[in-house]
Design a protein around this ligand. Structure first.
Ligand code: 6PG
Length: 242
């Protein structure tokens, strides 16, 4: 697995670089496998990127019709709730992108209790995300992730079991200690290991300094963001300023 760090002065520069990276990886996935299965990050950092992708030139150049969209994690609120990761991506990109509802695979938050939602989303991933590409069984061709100030990613938090048993692809997390303190469903490290490439979008000095320490010390095990192991590469995009 390759791990490359890219540093930018601010979020806008990071988002511009991320847009080009997403476009390049999507085109490569479609050229290699006919489709691009993209797992979207939640939180607030990716919003700038999503807005860029829905506008020129990326609106005209991404292979939208060959893409399917998934979510790395979701807060268990309705799709119109301000804390919904689906809503953030919908408002910033998907509502204006040339895609159909059949290409979108949000977490089925209304499916029942958190554990039931996790089971259902796992079934959705097996039905719509699972594919073979270049001889490998994958869920995603590209996963976008953020990182919290504690080194969490998606809704995998330090000290959690990070999705054991190792085979589970989706788990429910109570999320009471998270921000916002909401129950969630998240991809596990096992699911994140069934993707080709990962791009992290990390903004703010506190987070970028933590990430640099994690990589310098090789002390990754204590932080879920440091435990992600895709089949291909990880690009860490760091924006110094908030
Ligand atoms: C979530 C995200 C979470 C997020 C980080 C960074 O649902 O909250 O999956 O992992 O990416 O907490 O969040 P910001 O981008 O808002 O700083």
């Amino acid at each position: 697995m390759e791990s490359i760090v890219h540093r930018y002065p601010d979020r806008q520069a990071m988002a511009r670089a991320a847009a080009a990276m997403v476009a390049e990886r999507a085109a490569a996935a479609v050229a290699g496998c006919g489709t691009c299965h993209l797992a979207l990050a939640g939180g607030s950092t990716p919003e700038t990127l999503y807005r860029l992708l829905a506008a020129s030139p990326w609106r005209e150049t991404l292979p939208w019709k060959r893409m399917r969209f998934f979510w790395g994690d979701e807060r268990l609120v309705g799709p119109d709730h301000p804390d919904s990761n689906f809503r953030m991506a919908w408002d910033a990109m998907l509502r204006s992108a040339p895609v159909t509802a059949a290409q979108l695979h949000p977490v089925p938050v209304a499916a029942g209790a958190p554990a039931e939602v996790a089971v259902r989303y796992g079934e959705i991933l097996e039905k719509y995300a699972r594919h073979r590409c270049r001889g490998q069984s994958l869920l995603f061709d590209l996963v976008l992730l953020g990182m919290g100030k504690d080194g969490h990613t998606a809704s995998l938090f330090p000290g959690d079991r990070c999705g054991l048993p190792a085979t589970a692809t989706v788990i429910a997390v109570d999320g009471r200690a998270a921000s916002p303190p909401l129950p969630r469903v998240t991809l596990t490290l096992a699911a994140l290991g069934q993707c080709r490439d990962v791009v992290f979008l990390i903004a703010g000095r506190e987070k970028t300094e933590l990430l640099e320490r994690m990589l310098a010390d090789g002390n990754l095990q204590g932080y879920p963001a440091g435990m992600v192991r895709p089949r291909g590469r990880i690009d860490w995009l760091l924006a110094e300023s908030e």
